[in-house]
Design a protein around this ligand. Structure first.
Ligand code: IMP
Length: 417
């Protein structure tokens, strides 16, 4: 099992952090390959509770932790994350490896993201406001991009920072006030010093690991339905999120990827705008949101909640080529008393391109199931009958086995086949 990808197959916030933290224990290295600090993976283990934005969960297991070139990095936030980990007692000096090819998020990206999202002209996406989209825009635009490699030489970096700052200030004047160049220079200059020791030839590290038959877990961020090419465009993030993206951004050959774990939550949630056929509202939604603490880990926004959507799940499981599934937050669903599961859309046998393009018009067909709380379970046989029904439906619809079931937030609360 040289490479294993772990990807979200709903609309984000599936609980990938917990699954990654468990699986990281049995691999040699962990890699992040896309996204930035728009993502927030919550990990709860013997060190405490931590929201990881950029640093892979491998650091909790003393594993090589790689940030690959598809990731975009906001240096002051990365340093804050590093400091939070150090405060928790984690030493990763020789473990964290950051690709010189990754791109840097500037304050101009955040300003552009936040102000272009502030209007009410119908173009609002509901982004996290972290400047991720504008940073990828500059990457593709190739004119005003700064990369991690630029941090290596202090003088050249400050020179480039000034050139880009001036060009951007000119363009962004209509968006509002940017911090002064001196402020940007001081915060990015200080962050530079802290990040430089972690810059490494991650491509070579990965090739060496594979040559020595070591195993790498590739941790995805966001989810397949938020993928810029496969998701609900324009209500998506600005990178590719699936398992094939994991290979593209890391350069790992396709025949090295044997396992793709599709992570799904027992009920999907969505932050930001975009179609959500099984969304629920009112008291029922509030109950689910409170029981599951469904508030954005990056922005604190209340998440939109809905019932499990099997047609959409099949679309995503096929899209990421899932070989197994990890199901999270089943314990939360168990406290709802009664749940619904979408087993089809009216008049639609399968989601193809045209059904997906009209997702907001789909009318779900539901199966209703009475549920009861899941108390301490030690094996799959201990689950109440409703759990087996839910798992059977998921497996039948996707054709992929559920091999991991999370039954609570703690690291040891899970059942694995
Ligand atoms: P952006 O990635 O900040 O540009 O936001 C684009 C869309 O992706 C918005 O709907 C965000 O709420 C959503 N999004 C980005 N990152 C995450 C995440 O980690 N979990 C859930 N949704 C996310």
């Amino acid at each position: 099992m040289p490479a294993e990808a772990l990807v979200g197959i709903q609309i984000g916030d599936e609980g990938k952090g917990k699954v990654a933290d468990v699986r990281a224990a049995s691999v040699d290295a962990v890699g992040r390959y896309q996204g930035g600090n728009n993502t927030g993976k919550t990990v709860q283990n013997e060190y405490g509770r931590h929201v990881s934005h950029i640093v892979p969960t491998g650091v909790f297991h003393k594993k090589i932790s790689i940030v690959e070139r598809g990731v975009v990095i906001h240096p002051p936030s990365l340093v804050a994350e590093i400091d939070a980990l150090i405060k928790m007692g984690i030493n990763f000096d020789k473990l964290l490896k950051i690709s010189p090819f990754a791109h840097i998020v500037g304050p101009w990206h955040q300003l552009k993201d936040r102000t272009s999202e502030a209007g009410s002209d119908g173009t609002k996406i509901g982004t996290t406001g972290q400047g991720i989209g504008p940073c990828y825009q500059d990457k593709m635009g190739r004119k005003f991009a700064i990369r991690v490699a630029d941090l290596l030489d202090k003088n050249l970096f400050l020179e480039k920072l000034r050139t880009v700052y001036e060009a951007k200030s000119e363009k962004l004047r209509r968006y509002g006030d940017m911090p002064s160049f001196e402020e940007v220079r001081d915060s990015y200059g200080a962050a530079r010093e802290r990040i430089v020791p972690f810059i490494a030839d991650t491509g070579k590290i990965i090739r060496d690991l594979l040559a020595r038959r070591k195993t790498i877990l590739l941790e995805g961020a966001q989810a397949f339905i938020l993928d810029v090419d496969h998701g609900t465009f324009p209500f998506v993030t600005s990178s590719n999120t699936g398992s094939t993206a994991a290979l593209m951004y890391t350069g790992i050959p396709f025949d090295e990827l044997r396992t793709v774990v599709g992570v799904l939550k027992a009920y999907p949630t969505r932050v930001g705008r975009g179609p959500f056929p099984t969304e629920i509202f009112g008291i029922e939604a509030e109950k689910l949101r409170e029981l599951g603490s469904e508030y954005g880990s990056t922005t604190g926004r209340p998440r939109r909640c809905g019932w499990l959507d099997l047609p959409l799940l099949r679309y995503a499981a096929e899209g990421v080529h899932a070989t197994e599934l990890a199901l999270t937050k089943l314990d939360v669903l168990g406290r709802m008393g009664m749940i619904k599961i979408c087993i089809g859309y009216e008049g639609v046998s399968e989601i193809g391109a045209f059904e997906f393009l009209n997702l907001e018009k789909q009318v779900p067909i539901y199966e209703t199931i009475n549920v009861e709380p899941i108390d301490a379970v030690e094996s799959r046989d201990d689950f109440p009958g409703w759990v087996e029904r839910v798992i059977k439906l998921i497996e039948e619809y996707t054709g992929v086995p559920v091999t991991f079931i999370s039954t609570g937030p703690e690291r040891n609360q899970y059942i694995q086949n």
